[in-house]
Design a binder for this molecule. Structure first.
Ligand code: DGY
Length: 326
């Protein structure tokens, strides 16, 4: 509780939509960081000290050391579906509830994943750069000729909600046979609905014309696309990552792209973001976007609202809608 009011004290660590902030302020004593950039880790910890709740995004790391320094913390609500920035086991061990924002971003993230696939296969960024630089001289039969999308094989690594939404776009919109690999196989009727075939990771790498990474990041997933995996892919294949940067060994990818061992890549996430591996920045056959797959205003408002619902429920005796730990 705040010393001045009987409301629980919380930190809202990043900017939130005004309406959401007002809801939080009605329930809590809010310490609001409305700066452009995330708080440095030491300041995050200092401002979380004595707070019962943390309203964060994917840019704030919640570690065991931070939890030990902030023993009043009872709930961490992240405005993201991914939660690899939170030590969930450490939270659970200390009785700290963690929530995320699944579902509300599935369709817009899938839209973006498919858009990135299209932009990558059809060389859109390369074409725009060339046009703006005055390099467009004439039409030619092979001018900026890219890869086909419709009717080609769509590979998906990680067949959760977003993977399935991308599969749906490929199957129904573009007549693509879909192959996928996942920790567990989907029910057969879901596979039939999506026109999706479960394959080994090796088959996925070998057969996909376009491979989209949508798996959650974990120690197991770290660099699970590296030189050996890239070597299995078709030289005409494209790779799209809308999951987490650490899934891909970026040095190995840059080399494969430079040597045209795969055709192109579309990346929305990076291992050291917002820093981008310089080896990727100079390559023509890679489309780079700044982690914006869920960035539409309606979706971001829904994510912010759901994170607030979670925080309010958790600290006012209700049942948070989307908990990650019991
Ligand atoms: C998520 O929700 O995990 C997206 O990557 C946005 O942070």
């Amino acid at each position: 509780m705040s010393a001045l009011t009987d409301k629980p004290a919380v930190l809202v660590a990043r900017r939130a939509p005004e309406a959401v902030l007002q809801r939080l302020q009605a329930s809590f004593e809010v310490d609001y960081h409305d700066g452009e950039l995330p708080l440095p880790p030491a300041e995050l910890q200092a401002r979380l000290h004595g707070k019962a709740g943390a309203y964060i995004t994917g840019t704030e790391r919640i570690t065991a050391a931070l939890l030990d320094a902030c023993p009043a913390l009872r709930v961490v609500c992240t405005m993201s579906v991914g939660y690899n920035h939170i030590d969930l086991a450490a939270c659970t061990a200390r009785g700290v509830l963690v929530t995320n924002t699944p579902d509300v971003l599935t369709e817009s993230t899938a839209d973006f994943g498919f858009a990135l696939l299209m932009a990558t296969a059809r060389r859109m960024s390369e074409g725009e750069r060339l046009l703006r630089d005055g390099g467009w001289k004439s039409w030619a039969w092979d001018f900026l000729a890219g890869s086909e999308v419709h009717g080609t094989t769509l590979g998906i690594l990680g067949m959760g909600r977003i993977g399935q939404a991308i599969a749906r776009r490929g199957h129904f919109g573009f007549g693509m046979p879909v192959i996928y690999h996942n920790r567990s196989r989907l029910p057969v009727d879901t596979e039939a609905e999506l026109g999706a075939r479960y394959v080994s990771k090796e088959t996925l790498l070998r057969e996909a014309d376009h491979l989209v990474l949508v798996l959650p990041y974990s120690a197991e997933a770290h660099h699970c696309i590296a030189a050996p995996e890239l070597a299995l892919m078709k030289p005409t294949a494209t790779l799209v990552n809308v999951a987490r940067g650490g899934i891909v060994d970026e040095d190995a990818l840059a080399l494969a792209l430079r040597e045209r061992r795969i055709a192109a890549a579309g990346l929305d996430v990076f291992e050291g973001e917002p820093r981008v591996n310089p080896a990727l920045l100079t390559l023509p056959n890679v489309v780079l976007t700044p982690h914006i797959a869920s960035a539409t205003l309606p979706t971001r408002r829904a994510m912010a609202g759901l994170a607030a619902d979670n925080l309010i429920a958790a600290l006012t005796g209700g049942k948070p809608p989307t908990p990650l730990n019991p």
